[in-house]
Design a protein around this ligand. Structure first.
Ligand SMILES: NC(=O)c1ccc[n+]([C@@H]2O[C@H](COP(=O)([O-])OP(=O)(O)OC[C@H]3O[C@@H](n4cnc5c(N)ncnc54)[C@H](OP(=O)(O)O)[C@@H]3O)[C@@H](O)[C@H]2O)c1
Length: 310
């Protein structure tokens, strides 16, 4: 039976991706930071899928803590993973923590990069394994949500270090978030060149209603009030207008890649095809991300990220 591991699988898109993959016959490893929430998620998954409890395993991980990432990787069996979904994340605080990068970079990018590197180094991926990175339309701009395109300078190591500390976003948590997702895509592309046989695809779920992200408040997310309101109290209206889509649709953007990998380009960035939209069909858009596809830039990002996040 194929196996998929999903970070942040206890809530939102991670939970729904787990549900869809379990229904496609996958054994699912829920990689979560809160064991109680993870156990409750397994109970709900067993109930909604009708699959036996042994279909679901739990691996504890806080992706923002390097030692936790290493411990989690050690718990996976050799050659066990066919699919890894790097889903945990969302807008976070911009403060630099004990591990040399901002909280938003640690969770959305650096922790996941280290997880893939450790799993690959330890031989935990099966043949032709697929790594899906949850990115965002925010990287190429999302006008409806007032998010400008990420403009990044990464010609020198110092510039990249500033990105990793979220220094150039003037306290804007959403801009910091979009820089983190861009940084994650660059570093993962570099990593995929180091580990033959690993295919990385970057997927935005699109603006998805029914997740936890807007309910977390400013202390954790730093998300501006207008955006939290759009994602919570106005989400019914946004769904009706087609500006957001339901959880099942957002998650299907990932499970479609698993079902039809031949239709997706390795290292591609898949987001809503219509540039003004955050819903609808996806198209490959790596040309819209500065530095993406340039091995020198991608390698510099990976090097600096791993040097900082220890
Ligand atoms: N929803 C959208 O419209 C949207 C749009 C574009 C991209 N995305 C991306 O899609 C992914 C999922 O988003 P979502 O909306 O489903 O978010 P969500 O409902 O807030 O769920 C986030 C999940 O990530 C986990 N998580 C957060 N920090 C973690 C850490 N340090 N270590 C381990 N787990 C951690 C959370 O665990 P706890 O329950 O313990 O907090 C939760 O399980 C994110 O990467 C997000 O950036 C979402």
């Amino acid at each position: 039976m194929p196996t998929a591991m999903i970070t942040g699988a206890n809530a939102g898109l991670g939970f729904e991706i787990s549900r869809q993959l379990a229904e496609h016959g996958y054994t699912v490893i829920l990689a979560c930071r809160n064991e109680k929430k993870a156990r409750a998620a397994v109970d709900r998954l067993v109930a909604v899928t009708g699959r036996p409890p042994k279909t679901f395993q739990i691996v504890p991980i806080d992706v923002s803590v390097p030692s936790s990432v290493r411990d989690a990787a050690h718990q996976v069996a050799p050659q066990q993973l066919d699919v890894l979904v790097l889903n945990a994340g969302g807008p976070m605080q911009l403060t630099v923590g004990a591990h040399g990068v901002s909280a938003t970079i640690a969770t959305n990018a650096a922790g996941h990069v280290n997880l893939v590197d450790q799993l690959a180094a330890d031989g935990k991926f099966g043949d032709d394994a697929l790594v899906l990175y949850a990115t965002s339309e925010a990287v190429r701009g999302a006008w409806l949500f007032g998010v400008p395109k990420a403009v990044l300078q990464f010609d020198t190591d110092e510039q990249v270090q500033r990105i990793l500390r979220s220094e150039d976003v003037r306290g804007d948590a959403i801009l910091g978030y979009s820089h983190a997702k861009a940084a994650g895509m660059l570093a993962l592309n570099a990593l995929s060149r180091r580990h033959a046989g690993l295919t990385v695809v970057h997927v935005s779920p699109g603006a998805t209603a029914g997740t936890e992200v807007a309910r977390k408040g400013n202390r954790e997310s730093g998300m501006p009030m207008y955006m939290r309101t759009m994602l919570t109290s106005m989400s019914g209206f946004m769904l009706l207008l087609g500006f957001m889509h339901p959880l099942s649709t957002g998650a299907r953007r990932f499970t479609d890649v698993v079902a039809h990998p031949q239709d997706y380009e390795a290292n591609g960035f898949y987001a809503s095809a219509w540039r003004a939209a955050t819903t609808g069909a996806v198209a490959e858009q790596r040309a819209l991300v500065p530095g993406m596809g340039d091995p020198a830039v991608e390698d510099r990002m990976l090097r600096q990220m791993q040097a900082a996040f220890l």
